[in-house]
Design a protein around this ligand. Structure first.
Ligand code: CO8
Length: 260
């Protein structure tokens, strides 16, 4: 099977770029999740790598989030394995020892937003047609507490309450306004700017940076670590409900009908 992530590691700067390249929309299916996790793990173990930039090689889309087809009309066993891989991605990325920057060069709903807010810094293309947010309620599903915690750690409690309650997708300028992203640049400058910005993070003493990051994030990570099995169980029993399956089916139909 062909690779869903391309990695460019610049040995002279210690900066790796992970390009998600899974058409049509970089939806996070089992294959992409698994490759994402092993790629990040390998980079973290590579002594020559100090920072990673996560971006998309597809035009207009960073990631469409979790692949709905992995949780629609599949077995409970499959849903459980899928969810474990999603947990793994978040645990690895939110707790990553490397400096991490999301170079958001397109739309980034739900799981795409989760990847972004799990990074240390976010740069987005300044196109108002691109949006980002945790829109789970629009699908009739509920973002788990660790999605919510990561969002609240980024934009605060009240903004998160409204964003999740209404399933808001923010345009790039709106996302900058609420601090969901840190910087907007023109589309063709997103990865360049990320590379430049990475220099600032790598100029900080590495141990001091890592301990500080861990201090900020460890309580949120430990909450899931001490509760992984229960979280998988909750997900599986929720997602396999008839009513939830119907909502997902309607949402998929809506996505297809949206086309001209
Ligand atoms: N999963 C599966 N298939 C998808 C997804 C997805 N997330 N997103 C798009 N597709 C499919 C479309 O159905 C379409 O299929 P087809 O070609 O067969 O009709 C194809 O990909 C291309 O999509 P579009 O035609 O819509 O492409 P556009 O370029 O017009 O739009 C967007 C791209 C903006 C990404 C748009 O596709 C979109 O909005 N997608 C849905 C995004 C979304 O809402 N994702 C939420 C996923 S749920 C999640 O990530 C967190 C779940 C937490 C679980 C908690 C449960 C307890």
């Amino acid at each position: 099977t062909s690779s869903k992530i391309r990695v460019d590691l610049d040995q002279s700067t210690g900066v790796a770029v992970m390009w998600m390249q899974s058409p049509p929309v970089n939806s996070l299916n089992m294959d992409l999740l698994t490759e994402f996790n092993t790629t990040l793990e390998n980079l973290e173990m590579d002594k020559s790598c100090h920072g990673v930039i996560i971006t998309s090689s597809l035009p207009r889309i960073f990631s469409a989030g979790l692949d709905i087809l992995e949780m629609y009309q599949t077995s409970p066993e499959h849903c459980g394995q899928f969810w474990k891989a999603v947990q793994e991605l978040w645990l690895k990325l939110y707790g990553c020892n490397l400096a991490t920057i999301a170079a958001i060069n397109g739309s980034s709903p739900a799981g795409g937003c989760l990847i972004s807010i799990a990074c240390d810094y976010r740069i987005m293309a300044d196109n108002p047609r691109y949006s980002i947010g945790l829109n789970e309620t629009l699908l009739g599903i509920v973002a788990p507490y660790w999605f919510k915690d990561t969002m609240a750690n980024t934009v605060g409690h009240r903004t998160t309450e409204m964003a999740l309650g209404l399933g808001l997708l923010y345009s790039a300028p709106e996302a900058l306004n609420i601090g969901l992203v840190d910087k907007l640049v023109s589309e063709d400058q997103v990865v360049n700017t990320a590379t430049h910005t990475m220099g600032k993070w790598l100029a900080i003493d590495e141990h001091a940076r890592q301990v500080t990051k861990s201090m900020m994030r460890k309580p949120t990570i430990d909450k899931l670590l001490s509760n992984r099995e229960a979280d998988i169980h909750n997900f599986v029993s929720f997602i396999t409900k008839d009513s939830v399956q119907r909502s997902l089916g309607m949402y998929l139909k809506m996505l297809k009908n949206r086309k001209g």
